[in-house]
Write a new protein. Structure first.
Lengths: 164, 164
DNA sequence: TGCATAAGTGAGAATGATTCTCAGTTGCCT
DNA sequence: AGGCAACTGAGAATCATTCTCACTTATGCA
């Protein structure tokens, strides 16, 4: 059951940069995930924060393996899953059959517009405004869940003339 | 590149019924798919029309196999893929890891609200109104593609108290 | 009609992201 | 300190979907 606030407006939040070069924050695993703290989960959280846009589990795995070469892919999948269910990460669609995730600190309910060229993300409004929900209810429907995935190209990728 | 018309309103279009009992239309394969006509593709199209709501490829396969027990699953996947790219079918999300498809004759651009209990479908408005698109453009973004999947429960399933 | 050919078919193998299993390991609570 | 549940790594398993390949068959043209 999502929040149903209308949020109009699309604003760029995160220009992409290579995640391996910096670690801007050091989030404690307790900050995003319930249960025990482990160095692996902390590394995965750090990796997620280091990405400035949408990323796949594979990309996150590569990033984390630079700090811990022996970390298993199942561990990263498990950590991502925990972070998603705890709201630290959001699923924002897919790229070439790989699920895309995003660290978004904006608590206002909204969706994301992902640049298919570089992963840069913009905010997008939620389609489920009060009007839509009322009309669904008038027909006897109760909405329980929704996914909105929007893809496009950012200014930089348009300039570079990236395909797709 | 989708149409961007705003379409407000949610209306029930298709109460679900068992697809095996009737074949309300007999669409010619030429009507939905380019290329050669084959009895298999015609059967798949008939099966798709027989469903009054969202269905998975598996369900469609079972339905079609009542007419042609030897039809291969790859054939149905290929036919569904052709129908989707020709606009005869639409992907409307997933159920238990199986993609959901829908035959919708409404040409107005909109999305669908799928009952997770029975597959009944309602129309839902598109989130990408002019305002959202303009604001994306103002940030340099060009939207190329979007997916909106909404799930809920219809009046009947709510009465029956179906879970999820 | 008869033919050429490309598109469609069926069977089964391949793919590949994700999940599961299982035997350790290790935080954390008492 | 001890107990135990949660976490980990390795690799197997899952399973929807796609691919391959040999065969069949619409369809357009001569």
């Amino acid at each position: 059951m999502h929040a149903t606030r209308v949020c109009r407006g699309v604003c760029v939040v995160k220009p992409m940069s290579h995640p391996t070069s910096q670690r801007p924050e050091s989030p404690d695993s307790a900050a995003y995930s319930p249960g025990r703290r482990s160095p692996q989960r902390a590394l995965v959280a750090q990796g997620a924060v280091a990405f400035d846009g949408a990323f796949t589990v594979d990309e996150l795995l590569s990033c984390v393996r630079e700090s811990d070469a022996k970390i298993g892919s199942a561990t990263v999948y498990r950590a991502v899953s925990a972070m998603v269910s705890h709201g630290f990460l959001e699923a924002v669609g897919e790229r070439d059959g790989h699920a895309l995730y995003l660290r978004c600190t904006d608590n206002e309910h909204h969706h994301h517009l992902v640049c298919t060229g570089c992963g840069t993300v913009a905010h997008a409004p939620c389609p489920l405004d009060d009007h839509a929900i009322e009309q669904a209810a008038a027909q006897g429907f109760v909405i329980t869940r929704h996914e909105v995935n929007i893809y496009g190209l950012c200014a930089q990728c348009l300039r570079r003339g990236d395909a797709q």
